[in-house]
Design a protein around this ligand. Structure first.
Ligand code: ZN
Length: 321
């Protein structure tokens, strides 16, 4: 679980235990904020027969044991075949009224395994007007043991009448100073160990590193020279680890510039403002690079050149968004 979700998770566990969890919750936040991760965990926790059992002595008290991962419900959920769990995702670029009617029918039935029913609607802002109105009806008639989780990037994109019937759970990944503090605390985070790369002691490699820094900053800020950056990245075995470090440095040091050397053509004040305005985007860039690095290290067959180009395109999209 992402470190900034732990507090929310603890509150939700207590609400499940006390059986006063709201029946409709909107989880909102930018991509990378952890909406899916938290919703997936919560849906599983609601399915697990030990998270809020009828017999209190069976209650799992250690948060790490929720969901238990062992019971029949957890197994079915893990195989994505729990009959009382429904995931709704956009078809094309919208969620239509038929999909929401299916949700209503699903919730009208009683739970097949006699516990809770959970519906997760991912990208709820993509509901058509008639879908949103159909959902409103379902929200007006809440049933016991039924839970509806709506995932949205921005709560402003939902009908106020829907929002007013839901508990709001805004998720914000830490940025700037908060991120730095957060990094210090969670030593298992992969990028805490990024600050010192042994290979940078070699002056030649250090020079390559500086080139990557300058080229990556030009790419982010000026939005061009993708091929030049790609070529440069391909020449060094360390390059993508370096990108991860540069992204973290940019997030950390938007007031202070000890660690980042700007290309001479870039104006410091303008670039500072750019970093300030793009905090959320930069955090997403960091996450994209981090996800890419994980892929590279876990699949030996991974096509690096193709993957790298895709990564750079993705970064450009995030920054331009
Ligand atoms: Zn379980």
């Amino acid at each position: 679980m992402k470190s900034w979700l732990l507090a929310e998770q603890q509150v939700l566990i207590e609400q499940i235990h006390r059986k006063n969890l709201p029946h409709a919750i909107v989880l909102s936040g930018v991509s990378g904020a952890g909406k899916k991760e938290l919703a997936h965990w919560l849906a599983n926790a609601l399915m697990c027969q030990y998270s809020a059992p009828a017999e209190p002595s069976l209650l799992a008290n250690n948060p790490a044991d929720i969901p238990c991962g062992q019971c029949k419900n957890c197994h079915l959920f893990g195989q994505n075949s729990h009959p009382d769990h429904l995931d709704v995702v956009a078809e094309g670029n919208h969620i239509g009224v038929d999909q929401i009617r299916q949700v209503s029918r699903f919730l009208e039935k009683t739970a097949q395994l006699g516990h809770n029913q959970v519906v997760v609607i991912d990208g709820a802002e993509m509901m058509t007007e008639s879908a949103a109105n159909a959902l409103l009806k379902t929200l007006e008639e809440p049933t016991a043991h039924c839970y509806l989780l709506l995932l949205v990037k921005d709560i402003q994109h939902l009908l106020p009448t829907i929002v007013s019937r839901c508990r709001q759970l805004p998720l914000r990944p830490p940025v700037g100073a908060e991120l730095t503090a957060n990094l210090g605390k969670t030593s298992q985070d992969s990028f805490v160990n990024l600050s010192h790369f042994a290979e940078l002691a070699d002056p030649e490699i250090h020079q390559q590193y500086q080139q990557v820094v300058q080229q990556f900053i030009s790419f982010l800020y000026l939005g061009q020279q993708r091929m030049a950056l790609l070529t440069l990245l391909e020449t060094s075995a360390h390059s993508v680890r370096w990108l991860e470090k540069i992204a973290v440095d940019l997030l950390r040091s938007h007031h202070q510039w000890q660690s980042v050397t700007l290309p001479p053509a870039i104006d410091l004040d303008k670039f500072s403002r750019f970093l300030h305005d793009k905090q959320d985007a930069l955090y997403q860039v960091y996450q994209a690079i981090n996800a890419y690095n994980k892929k590279v290290t876990s699949y030996s067959q991974f096509n690096q050149t193709f993957g790298l180009e895709k990564l750079l395109v993705e970064i450009q999209f995030i920054i331009d968004d």
